[in-house]
Design a protein around this ligand. Structure first.
Ligand SMILES: *[C@@H]1O[C@H](CO)[C@@H](O)[C@H](O)[C@H]1NC(C)=O
Ligand SMILES: *[C@@H]1O[C@H](CO)[C@@H](O)[C@H](O)[C@H]1NC(C)=O
Ligand SMILES: *[C@@H]1O[C@H](CO)[C@@H](O)[C@H](O)[C@H]1NC(C)=O
Ligand SMILES: *[C@@H]1O[C@H](CO)[C@@H](O)[C@H](O)[C@H]1NC(C)=O
Ligand SMILES: *[C@@H]1O[C@H](CO)[C@@H](O)[C@H](O)[C@H]1NC(C)=O
Ligand SMILES: *[C@@H]1O[C@H](CO)[C@@H](O)[C@H](O)[C@H]1NC(C)=O
Ligand SMILES: *[C@@H]1O[C@H](CO)[C@@H](O)[C@H](O)[C@H]1NC(C)=O
Length: 290
């Protein structure tokens, strides 16, 4: 940053001091100590000593009670609570006892460590006969005021890194019939936090595409309706359960047909008009006809 008080020797311009730590990232509410270290080579030349150091936050002088003269060349400043800090924090000296000169300044960044990500859940949305991306979402926790990176981790595969968001990630190609352990890691300059792991076989959480082309035909008998539809997920990949509901137009009560396993045709006895809704694992209701 700025360092205005220089010693010019042999054509070289050098700083008369520096602050450590340089550009710290600090946790809000923690304590903090910085040191201003004067360069020995400036001492005699400028006749400057650590007891002449004045610390400032922006343009405001930090109270002397917070300083400590460690030795002739080093002065420390301590803040019990970083919430009283701001940028820049500068080390200055009263040259000749009156002219204030800036020696060095640092940028301080104040934030919070990430919280443990919570409520991790995943769902596989079938996109086509062959595409089954898995999307996991979570609660990223409180705002940290810092650049915080999230990654969805799962054993034996490369991490899934969210794009432009911090609460979800989509794994394009997920494996079925294996137990995956997934968890979220949040990290910033102040630390790391991991969510509880979730162990799932992605086949268990597939939201299949809606059955298509539901058709309702009157059957051979006048009181029989024949329902047929086309599944978009192979019965060999996944066992589907179908719930069929129907109601008489204008009636508020639904009637339910006993769930069927992997059957795409149903003979339905009864009503002349029906509406139907098929659902699997209560994930949704995707097909209605009347
Ligand atoms: C202190 O002075 C020495 C030369 O006297 C120079 O090499 C060094 O870089 C200076 N240190 C700083 C922090 O400017
Ligand atoms: C400063 O914080 C550290 C840990 O964060 C603690 O051990 C130490 O006692 C604190 N010092 C003061 C003066 O509060
Ligand atoms: C002052 O203290 C610092 C840090 O404790 C040390 O590195 C340095 O050598 C000391 N300087 C003198 C002149 O005692
Ligand atoms: C900082 O904390 C110490 C002990 O914890 C206390 O003695 C001191 O007065 C506090 N300083 C300020 C400026 O609050
Ligand atoms: C996290 O899940 C719990 C239990 O399912 C729920 O009570 C809570 O509201 C959820 N929190 C958020 C932020 O979604
Ligand atoms: C997550 O992103 C939202 C929107 O960009 C932001 O408001 C929030 O602070 C972020 N949370 C964390 C923990 O980074
Ligand atoms: C099923 O419906 C889709 C559009 O939803 C159509 O493209 C396709 O040809 C239909 N298939 C049959 C067998 O009717």
């Amino acid at each position: 940053m700025q360092f205005f008080f220089f010693l010019v020797s042999g054509g070289l311009v050098q700083s008369c001091g520096h602050i450590i730590p340089e550009s710290p990232v600090l946790a809000l509410g923690s304590n903090f100590t910085a040191l201003c270290i004067l360069n020995e080579s400036c001492l005699d030349f400028g006749n400057i000593y650590a007891n002449q150091i004045i610390w400032k936050i922006k343009n405001k002088v930090v109270p002397k009670e917070q300083y400590r003269e460690i030795n002739r060349t080093v002065s420390s400043v301590t803040f019990n609570d970083t919430s009283s800090l701001a940028t820049p924090l500068t080390c200055n000296i009263l040259a000749d006892g009156q002219i204030e000169q800036n020696i060095y300044g640092i940028t301080v960044t104040i934030g919070l460590p990430p919280e443990k990500p919570k409520n991790l859940s995943c769902i596989v949305h079938q996109k086509s006969k062959l595409r089954y991306p898995m999307t996991c979402t979570w609660n990223p926790g409180r705002h940290t005021f810092l650049d915080t990176h999230f990654r969805l981790k799962y054993r034996c595969f490369p991490d899934c890194i969210p794009k432009d968001v911090n609460n979800s990630c989509t794994i394009e190609d997920v494996q079925f019939f294996v137990n995956l352990e997934v968890w979220v890691e949040a990290a910033n300059a102040l630390g790391k936090a991991e969510s509880d792991p979730l162990v799932i076989d992605p086949i268990e959480i597939v939201k299949p595409l809606s059955p298509r082309n539901l058709s309702v035909n009157s059957g051979i008998l006048p009181t029989v309706l024949k329902l047929s539809w086309e599944n978009q997920i192979s019965v060999a990949v996944m066992k589907l359960k179908f719930n069929i509901r129907y109601r008489i137009i204008g009636d508020t009560n639904w009637m339910q047909v006993i769930p069927l396993i992997s059957l795409a045709t149903l003979l339905l006895l009864g009503e002349e008009w029906l509406e139907s809704c098929l659902a699997e694992k209560d994930l949704g209701c995707w097909l209605t006809a009347s």
